[in-house]
Design a protein around this ligand. Structure first.
Ligand code: 5CA
Length: 161
């Protein structure tokens, strides 16, 4: 039985379909707004949650997406070295303008433009991971390889140690 998805979650489901990925967005009664909440809601480890964090190139003003294990914090210096310019924090308005989604539900794909993406290598220690799907109640399950394929992202060591 298919429950009807909210508009933002449906956009993510459609993006997955158009990328040729056979993955199912689910909307849960419990909040998935943070990585900890999402892990509780789906019953997995926090590290298996993909945080989709938006940064802003200080020179180019372009958005950069970091897909990070929920257990980790990003080392911005490492990210800057990979991107090749200094990065600033994206505020909530910038995130919405550049991705089409509000913080708490930003997915790794389905944005209003293609975002250059860096993927935390630590996600590859898991067979399956979960990412946000447009709202603070929507997620989808995928593999790290699927994440790499759908984003075209570079896999790198980007966590703070
Ligand atoms: N749905 C969950 C799990 S998939 C989720 O979206 N988690 S998240 O970590 O990817 O998104 C929350 C992140 O948004 C926080 O880690 C933080 O980096 C960022 N954030 C939260 N509030 C703000 C804010 N006011 N301005 C900019 N970034 C923010």
């Amino acid at each position: 039985m298919t429950q009807e998805l909210s508009a933002s979650a449906r956009r993510v489901q459609e993006a997955l379909q158009s990328l040729g990925m056979d993955l199912q967005v689910v909307e849960l009664p419990d909040s998935t707004r943070s990585a900890v909440e999402a892990a509780q809601a789906v019953g997995c480890q926090v590290g298996q949650i993909v945080k989709s964090l938006v940064f802003k190139g200080k020179r180019s003003q372009r958005p950069i997406l970091a897909a990070v294990s929920g257990a980790n914090r990003v080392d911005e210096r490492r990210l800057e070295a990979l991107i090749g310019e200094p990065l600033g924090k994206a505020d909530a308005d910038f995130v919405r303008e550049q991705t089409g989604f509000a913080i708490g539900g930003v997915p790794p794909v389905g944005h209003i433009q293609k975002l250059e993406t860096i993927i935390d290598e630590d996600l590859f220690q898991y067979q399956e991971i979960w990412a946000a799907a447009g709202t603070p109640h929507a997620v989808f399950r995928l593999t790290p390889d699927e994440l790499a394929k759908m984003t075209g992202g570079v896999v790198a060591a980007i966590k703070q140690i």
